[in-house]
Design a protein around this ligand. Structure first.
Ligand code: GSH
Length: 264
C-alpha cells in the first residue's frame, strides 16, 4: 500500500499517445497519486532517456522506473493492494494478461498507424494536437520541429497508402475477435468485472473511435478528413466499438471523478 508521505509518481507522456492514455487511466483507476510530465514528440526522448527508457509512457515512482505501459499497470495494481486491474484468480489473470498483450501488439500499433496516415497530411491539425498540454517552451519550438517530426513519424512507422489500408484491416480483425468474444452477451472481456483487458482494448482503440471521455489530446471528429470520419463512424457501429465507448463512458469517468482529487 502507498503511504501518504511518499512523493507522487511522475508519468512522462506525449499527450496524443494512446499508450499514455492506457497508463493514465490505470493510475486514475487505482488512485495512485501522480504528476504528469507531458512532452512534445522528439523532445520526449530527453526525458525518457534520462530514465533509462525510450518510448512513452514512462512512470518514475520512488527509486523505480517503468518504461512500458503494461509494467506500469502491473506496478500500479500491485502497489495499491492488487485485484484492481488484474484478478487474483490465476486462470482469469492469465486470460487478462493474454488479452492485454494481444491488444498491445496488434491493436495499438495499427490504430496509431492508420490514424497517423489520415492526420499527417494535415500539418496544422497535427501541430496543434502535438502542442496541447506541453510546456510553453516546447510548444514554441513546435513550428520548427513539426516538419521534421512529421517526416520522422512517416518514415519510422513506414506509412504509405497501402500500409494504412493494411493497418485498417488489422484493426478490423481485432474488432472481429472482440465482437466474437462479446457475442455471448458478456459485459466485460474477462470475468465479470472491469480489468486491464477492457482498459487496454478501449484505450488503444480510441484513435479510431474518438470517445468523448478520451483524456489523450486528439482533434475533434468534425475537423478530421471526411474519409477518416466515415471510417470512425463505421467502427463505432460494431459490437466492439460500442463496447469500447461503453468502457469509456462507464469506467473512465467514474474512476476519474472519484479519484480526481488524487491527481496532482
Ligand atoms: N510497448 C510500449 C509502446 C509505447 C509506444 O509505442 N509509445 C509511442 C507513442 S504511442 C512512442 O513513445 N513513440 C515515440 C517514440 O518511439 O519515441 C508500451 O506499451 O508502453
Amino acid at each position: 500500500m502507498i503511504s501518504s508521505d511518499t512523493a507522487p509518481a511522475i508519468l512522462i507522456t506525449i499527450p496524443l499517445s494512446h499508450y499514455c492514455e492506457k497508463a493514465r487511466w490505470a493510475l486514475d483507476r487505482v488512485a495512485l497519486p501522480y504528476r504528469k510530465e507531458p512532452h512534445a514528440p522528439l523532445l520526449h526522448r530527453l526525458a525518457t532517456k534520462r530514465n533509462d527508457g525510450g518510448t512513452v509512457p514512462v512512470l518514475v515512482h520512488e527509486s523505480n522506473r517503468f518504461i512500458d505501459s503494461t509494467d506500469i499497470l502491473v506496478h500500479a495494481d500491485a502497489i495499491c493492494g492488487g485485484d484492481l486491474l488484474y484478478p487474483r484468480d490465476a486462470a482469469l489473470r492469465r486470460d487478462v494478461e493474454r488479452l492485454e498483450e494481444y491488444f498491445d501488439m496488434e491493436l495499438g500499433p495499427h490504430t496509431r498507424h492508420w490514424a497517423y496516415a489520415q492526420l499527417l497530411p494535415q500539418a496544422k491539425l497535427v501541430r496543434s494536437a502535438w502542442s496541447q498540454g506541453v510546456p510553453r517552451l516546447e510548444a514554441c519550438l513546435l513550428p520548427v520541429i513539426t516538419p521534421l517530426a512529421r517526416r520522422l513519424v512517416r518514415t519510422a512507422y513506414k506509412i504509405t497508402p497501402e500500409s494504412a489500408q493494411h493497418s485498417l484491416e488489422r484493426v478490423r480483425g481485432v474488432f472481429r475477435q472482440v465482437n466474437e468474444r462479446l457475442s455471448n452477451g458478456r459485459w466485460f472481456l474477462a470475468g465479470d468485472r472491469f480489468t486491464a483487458a477492457d482498459l487496454t482494448f478501449a484505450a488503444l482503440a480510441a484513435p479510431v473511435l474518438f470517445p468523448a471521455e478520451y483524456r489523450a489530446v486528439h482533434p475533434a471528429l468534425d475537423t478530421v478528413p471526411a474519409e477518416m470520419r466515415e471510417e470512425v463512424l463505421r467502427l463505432r457501429d460494431t459490437d466492439a466499438g460500442r463496447f469500447a465507448l461503453r468502457m469509456f463512458s462507464q469506467e473512465r469517468c467514474s474512476s476519474s471523478v472519484a479519484y480526481q482529487s488524487q491527481v496532482l
